[in-house]
Design a protein around this ligand. Sequence first.
Ligand code: GDP
Length: 295
Amino acid sequence: MFDQLTDKLNNAFRKIKGVARITERNIEEPLREIRMALLEADVNYKIVKQFTESIKQKALGVEVSKALNPGQQFIKIVHDELVKVLGEKAEDLKLEPTKTNVIMMVGLQGSGKTTSSGKLAAYLKKQGFFPLLVPADVYRPAAIEQLKVVGKAVNVPVFDIGEDRNPVSIAKKAVKEAKDKGFNVVIIDTAGRLHIDEELMKELKDIEKEVNPDEILFTVDSMTGQDAVKSAAAFDKELPLTGVVLTKLDGDARGGAALSVKFVTGKPIKFVGVGEKYTDFEKFHPDRMASRILG
Ligand code: GDP
């Protein structure tokens, strides 16, 4: 994960390793390399600018430490700035076991929405919740079938939509069934499209109005870099997103989406997908991710 970025940042750190103290001159080259590494990782340019300026200021202002040498201090500053752009602290889902919680999964087709719905159901089940999966992508019969397969694999019931092909009424009926049968989390797998269009957004807004979700999670393929961030921002304008599920991190050597999405949308990454298996799903921890990035 993020191997290229990790290698490049470590190269930058090598330049400052043995210095006796941090000066404007000896951090110039490492800072330039950090800037390049982030740009090559496809991090939003505004973040890159702010990030490197902040590191510079902090590095030059840092007190001499007994515990850390100047090189280590510099790395710590970079680490702390990474934690900041990644979202500072881990954010929990706002769910209460005693009520019927509703989670809407939204995102573009192929982003990993259906897979993530299943992964999330398995994750919540492990935490003691009783989830119900709901197929609301009525345009692609294959998507409905796929959710059934997913449900079976993670041993979570899938709402039977019968002949209904209206996503709003499906969502409404599913929530009612959950209430009647004692499920406390309804996970609605909404339709995705290859591109954002008005019709899709209207449908999502209609579902949102009908079921008033506790969480609206935007699933996005981390390998699509700044396109991922753009689509997140576009969805966020239309729907009150509560968080992001960043998928396919296992195949992402660059990390630009992970490092940009919180800054651009203001919405936290809540989970990451790290493989095709249903257990390849983790709660997102900015500090752990920062440490991983630094290698
Ligand atoms: P949807 O169209 O948004 O519902 O996307 P799918 O859930 O069908 O996922 C599209 C493809 O991405 C499938 O082949 C999934 O197995 C794959 N996928 C989803 N999440 C991950 C992940 O975290 N890592 C990897 N490697 N593949 C993933």
